[in-house]
Design a protein around this ligand. Structure first.
Ligand code: IMP
Ligand code: MG
Length: 182
């Protein structure tokens, strides 16, 4: 049996709650905030979250890679850069999960070097006990235990991103995907 760590209903509540907070934060902006999704895992969360934000926003994307199978490799490599100029703009970083903190820390420092007006970081899930690098996170959907989770953007070997909730992958599913993804 797969153990659910964040259900469809919980995800909806999280998007509504954080969406409201972001609306209040940016509703009087003269220049819309730039929402930057960290590909590919943040996509489902970002798409649901932005529908709960009731003010003008713009979108951009960045991609890093660090995970090999179920373990962080520790080396974070930039695969796709943002396209917009963020000088003096409010940016909102959207990420699926924070684990060691290396990915968000690297991105945060990168953004800082480009002089934005502000950086707001939003994560759906936080594996707080795994943190190795301290980096600011402003909004957390849910804190979870140290287990490898998949679904709703989160993958195992690129599989399972399209499931509408987050769950702990079981041994049987792991083995099936290992076989199929060779
Ligand atoms: P960090 O750099 O260690 O904080 O890891 C962040 C990245 O690792 C996330 O963007 C995810 O892509 C990936 N990741 C961390 N934990 C999990 C997990 O439990 N399932 C799937 N991907 C994960
Ligand atoms: Mg990711």
């Amino acid at each position: 049996m797969n153990e659910i760590v964040c259900s469809k209903e919980e995800i909806k509540e999280i998007c509504q709650r954080i969406g409201k907070e972001l609306t209040n934060k940016f509703k009087d902006n003269a220049i819309p905030p730039l929402f930057i999704g960290v590909l590919k895992g943040s996509l489902p969360f970002m798409m649901d979250l932005i529908k709960e934000v009731n003010c003008d926003i713009e979108l951009d994307f960045v991609q890093y890679s660090s995970y090999i199978k179920t373990k962080s490799s520790g080396v974070v490599v930039l695969k796709k850069d943002i396209e917009k100029d963020i000088t003096n703009r409010d940016v909102v970083v959207i990420e699926d999960i924070i684990d060691t903190g290396r990915t968000l820390d690297k991105f945060h420092n990168y953004l800082l070097s480009r002089s934005p007006k502000s950086i707001t970081t939003v994560v759906l899930l936080d594996k707080k006990s795994k943190r190795e690098v301290e980096t600011p996170v402003d909004y957390v959907g849910k804190e979870i235990e140290d287990k490898f989770v998949v679904g709703y953007g989160l993958d195992y070997q690129e599989y399972l991103r399209n499931i509408d909730h987050v769950f702990v992958i079981d041994e049987e599913t792991l083995q099936r995907i290992d076989k199929e993804s060779k």
